[in-house]
Each structure stands twice: as structure tokens, then as C-alpha cells.
Design a protein around this ligand. Structure first.
Ligand SMILES: [Zn+2]
Length: 156
């Protein structure tokens, strides 16, 4: 018995959902550049689809301490929770770990004359920011994100 989603040509991937605590299969979200431009604000489009960076201390979440789930502003995938958010002093929202390694993917970014690790949304491939090795224990990671590509669902 074939999965009907395979027949339709839309690939689905396993993603972790914080509210259910379960891994669920979700179809990839693949839109054209025109569709993304129509759906996103100019800043969201620049960051998510053109790998831009918002100005430090300019985003809405760099100092946020509210309890909730930070979702992808492009496709709604759960990415981080307030429990992993910490004050990095950089002016960008910073997290020590994603909700699950399933929900993000990383790749080398050689732009700007340096090698950094770029972080992308697994479902829609939005550029989210970069991950660095100077975060707090136990992970030692600092996920340096752009507020523009996050959408906080408050749960507190
Ligand atoms: Zn996404």
C-alpha cells in the first residue's frame, strides 16, 4: 500500500510538535519566489528567502522573555521554545537548542569571507540565522536567529 502523499509528488517529512510531544509527518512547503513575496513582509522575505540579516537590536524578539513556542514565520513549524532562549547580548534572539533536530537543518555558509553554519527550517527551507559554538552549557551552542523569521506563540 503506497502512501497517497508519495503519489501526489509532495514529499512529507517527520517534524516534532511541541504541543503534542510527538513526531508527525508534514508535507514540505515549497512556493515560488512570487508566492513567497506575496505572503511575507519585505523584511521577512529578505531574511528568509534571500538570506538577509536584520539589524541587531531591531527585531521584536531579541529581549523577549515571554513563555511560548517560536515557530517559523513562513510555515508555522515549531523551531525553539522560550525554555532554551537566553540573553546573548548580541541583539538577536538566541537559543541553546531547537525543539528537535528534525525541525531544522544546517549547512555550511561561505558568504562574507568566513565559514559559518547556516540554520534553515526543515519544512520550507527558510533561512533562519546561524549557529555558533559559544553558547551556554550543556549544548554549548548559540542559535543566533532573526526575529523576522520567527513567530512567537505564547503559552504562558
Ligand atoms: Zn518554515
Amino acid at each position: 500500500m503506497k502512501n497517497p502523499q508519495e503519489n501526489s509528488g509532495i514529499k512529507s517529512i517527520p517534524l516534532f510538535r511541541v504541543e503534542t510531544g510527538k513526531v508527525e509527518n508534514v508535507s514540505l512547503l515549497q512556493l515560488t519566489e512570487e508566492e513567497w513575496q506575496a505572503r511575507l513582509t519585505p523584511l521577512q522575505y529578505d531574511v528568509a528567502r534571500r538570506k538577509g540579516t536584520e539589524y541587531a537590536f531591531s527585531g521584536k524578539y531579541h529581549a523577549t522573555k515571554e513563555t511560548g513556542i517560536y515557530r517559523c514565520a513562513c510555515c508555522g513549524t515549531d523551531l525553539f521554545t522560550s525554555g532554551e532562549k537566553f540573553d546573548s547580548g548580541t541583539g538577536w534572539p538566541s537559543f541553546s537548542a531547537p525543539v528537535s533536530p528534525l525541525n531544522i537543518r544546517t549547512q555550511a555558509d561561505r558568504s562574507g569571507g568566513m565559514i559559518r553554519i547556516e540554520v534553515l527550517c526543515s519544512r520550507c527551507a527558510a533561512h533562519l540565522g546561524h549557529v555558533f559554538d559559544d553558547g551556554p552549557p550543556p549544548s554549548g551552542k548559540r542559535y543566533c536567529m532573526n526575529s523576522a523569521t520567527l513567530d512567537l506563540k505564547k503559552t504562558g
